[in-house]
Ligand binder design. Structure first.
Ligand SMILES: [Zn+2]
Length: 114
């Protein structure tokens, strides 16, 4: 199921084709393919607003290849690594915090399993 995603710009009713993510730590706005999950600091944009996007002063805009040009993207690995970096930077609390919510048990530090 994928609900229809609309451009987040006020008064814009077009459907979203791209997701803009702000990485505040790096002062970078990353424009890429429509994100699967809604994340904090991310905004869906239609083609027109994505095209006309301009970053605030002092910010850099990183445009990832997407849409029909996806086939000419420099390297899928690069894009994936970049997406991971952006996701890590955008997340406020790391996932490993989950284990600390268990109560009554013993917390043990396990070494990496080979
Ligand atoms: Zn729009």
């Amino acid at each position: 199921m994928s609900p229809l995603r609309r451009c987040t710009r006020p008064a814009c009713l077009r459907s979203a084709v791209a997701t803009l993510t702000y990485v505040y730590a790096d002062k970078t706005a990353v424009l890429g393919p429509l994100a699967v999950y809604a994340e904090p600091h991310s905004y869906d944009l239609c083609a027109e607003h994505a095209e006309r996007l301009s970053a605030p002063k002092g910010w850099e805009v990183l445009r990832l290849q997407f849409d029909a040009a996806a086939a000419q993207a420099p390297s899928a690995d690069d894009l994936e690594a970049l997406a991971d970096a952006v996701r890590e930077a955008a997340h406020v609390s790391p996932p490993e915090e989950q284990t600390s919510t268990r109560r009554g048990g013993h917390l043990r530090v396990l070494g990496p399993q080979d």
